[in-house]
Design a protein around this ligand. Structure first.
Ligand SMILES: Cc1cc2nc3c(=O)[nH]c(=O)nc-3n(C[C@H](O)[C@H](O)[C@H](O)COP(=O)(O)O)c2cc1C
Length: 222
């Protein structure tokens, strides 16, 4: 049985593009692997306590027998987050762009996770080479030549953490212009937005097929 870890960071349950595209990816994997087990952590709807980061980070500087209950609980949470990753053979991260930056809930998740000794600087990279997918959604358009090119300060940081710090083998799946349908000023971009969304779902389905064949070599990608 293969374990897949999925993180969701959208603050929306309904109408979320990152959730929908990640669902397509997950369904494509499960449709082929069947017996895969997806462990989900939803920091968008069930945020982690932001104070746990400082408590866990500073606990490392306090002798074990002198740590406060808050510090011990924060370390336990960090260990739980680390366990979820170490136990998985593949990963789905579904994370929207908020205020030109990374979702604070996803950032808190990363910050707490990195306080676990298994993810500390210098520790062996336990996840190195494992396949991962980063699904991002942006309300606007950020392509080269657009006025907001370079304003997405989330995707680069997330890739830095997932690729360079955790050494995951990451494929990026992007959907943008997701606000076109509800923003009158973006009406002329609706067709482009629909195409963009369709492409993101298409990429997710294809990546799911490839991942299934990677995790269970007997299964051929279509
Ligand atoms: C509080 C908030 C801030 C947002 N900030 C931005 C932003 O800075 N740039 C942008 O392009 N879209 C922004 N958006 C739009 C989201 O990126 C877009 O709706 C995306 O589809 C959200 O992901 P979801 O569909 O999975 O919920 C913001 C949305 C919310 C709710």
């Amino acid at each position: 049985m293969k374990n897949i870890f999925r993180l969701d960071a959208s603050i929306r349950r309904e109408g979320s593009v990152t959730r929908a595209v990640a669902d397509t990816l997950q369904a494509s994997i499960e449709g082929r692997l069947g017996e895969s087990r997806v462990k989900r952590r939803d920091v968008g709807l069930f945020p982690l306590p932001a104070t746990a980061w400082a408590a866990s980070a500073l606990a490392g500087f306090v002798p074990e027998d002198q740590r406060s209950l808050e510090q011990k609980e924060a370390q336990k949470l960090a260990a739980e987050l680390a366990d979820e990753l170490v136990d998985a053979q593949a990963f789905i991260f579904a994370i929207p762009l908020y205020n030109f930056g990374v979702s604070q809930h996803a950032k808190t998740w990363v910050d707490i996770l990195l306080t676990d000794p298994r993810f500390a600087p210098g520790a062996p990279r336990l996840l190195a080479g494992r396949p991962a997918f980063l699904v991002v959604a942006r309300g606007g358009g950020y392509g080269a030549g657009t006025p907001r090119h370079g304003w997405d300060h989330a995707t680069g940081w997330l890739l830095r953490i997932l690729r360079d710090v955790m050494e995951l083998n990451v494929e990026l799946i992007e959907a943008e212009l997701t606000l076109a349908d509800v923003t009158p000023a973006m009406a002329s971009l609706r067709e482009l937005a629909a195409q963009n969304l369709q492409d993101a779902h298409g990429a997710a389905a294809r990546h799911g097929e490839k991942l299934a064949s990677l995790l269970a070599p007997g299964i051929a990608a279509e």
